[in-house]
Ligand binder design. Structure first.
Ligand code: AMP
Length: 280
């Protein structure tokens, strides 16, 4: 496994692989890798000749009051996991490699980014789309793997690839959870022991909403209200949003339909966590 930090080195390696007729699977991450990331790598490993993972805490997708500086980083530990998962190349650029002085081109999406996380994190998806577009141009993968954990991000990337006619297959992978149900996240490391227990309220409310929808509840307000009420029983939890949206357009819906995304963002203490379920 190679670890490189320049765009030039990635391009040279990918070019050589393509010359041999290899297909490339790509997994973008911000590092501090866990089993959720590993599931993406595993899938990429199965479906491609070569697997590229990027590890980059992208400054552009963080708001001014968010956790860019404190976001956990551990390249050594990440490399061990990547090696174990059969990754061929880690791309680990410094911000200056991705954003040279005078950088001024952005990928901006309307509609899909105006709900859910886009409302509470106004610059987030512009940063995500811009960096993913850049990575796609650098890595030129055949397939790219994203987690359903970030359901709005997955929908946004699918939409970007379609809108901008990028010749890349986007593969969505299911949410990987801890044994007790908490969705795995690099940000879980922020939680104290007490907060870790309190964080279970997210997956519990997701399980409740999912059951109601699967049992035939047709009114999204009834589902959202029941989930909200449950989250409010946890004193350490503060709701950012609990919403039911169209699974493709991310616009709020009143009546249950398929595909429907029910997504939540909840602060546990200072840590903002997200979770969701999809009705397909
Ligand atoms: P991140 O490093 O948090 O930016 O995540 C990189 C990729 O891993 C994204 O596509 C995430 O959706 C995915 N991912 C993160 N956590 C999980 C999880 N618990 N299960 C599945 N995929 C995940």
């Amino acid at each position: 496994m190679k670890v490189v930090s320049t765009i030039e080195d990635v391009r040279a390696q990918v070019k050589a692989w393509k010359k041999e007729g290899c297909t490339i699977g790509y997994v973008p991450t911000m590092g501090y890798l866990h089993e959720g990331h590993a599931s993406l790598m595993e899938r990429a490993r199965k479906e491609n000749d070569k697997v590229v993972v990027s590890i980059f805490v992208n400054p552009m997708q963080f708001g001014p009051t968010e956790d860019l500086a404190s976001y956990p980083r551990d390249l050594e530990k990440d490399s061990v996991l990547c090696e174990k998962m059969g990754v061929d190349l880690i791309f680990h650029p410094e911000p200056e490699e991705m954003y040279h002085e005078g950088f001024s081109s952005f990928v901006d999406m309307t509609v899909l980014t105006e709900e859910l996380c886009g409302l509470s994190r106004p610059v987030h998806f512009r940063g995500v789309c811009t960096v993913v577009c850049k990575f796609f141009h650098i890595v030129t993968p055949d397939r790219a793997y994203f987690g359903q954990k970030d359901a709005q991000q997955l929908a946004v990337i699918r939409h970007m690839v379609d809108d901008l006619s990028m010749d890349i297959e986007i593969v969505g992978c299911p949410i990987v959870r801890e044994e007790d149900g908490l969705a795995k996240s690099s940000r879980n490391t922020y939680l104290s022991a007490e907060e870790r227990k309190a964080a279970l309220i997210l997956s519990k409310s997701i399980a409740l909403g999912k059951k109601m929808a699967e049992d035939g509840e047709k009114d999204t307000t009834t589902i959202v209200n029941a989930m909200t009420k449950l989250i409010e029983t946890e004193p350490l939890a503060k709701i950012d949003y609990v919403k039911a949206v169209d699974g493709l357009t991310m616009q709020q819906i009143k009546e249950v339909k398929k595909p429907m995304l029910v997504a939540i963002a909840v602060y546990i203490g200072k840590t903002r966590l997200i979770d969701n379920f999809i009705l397909e």
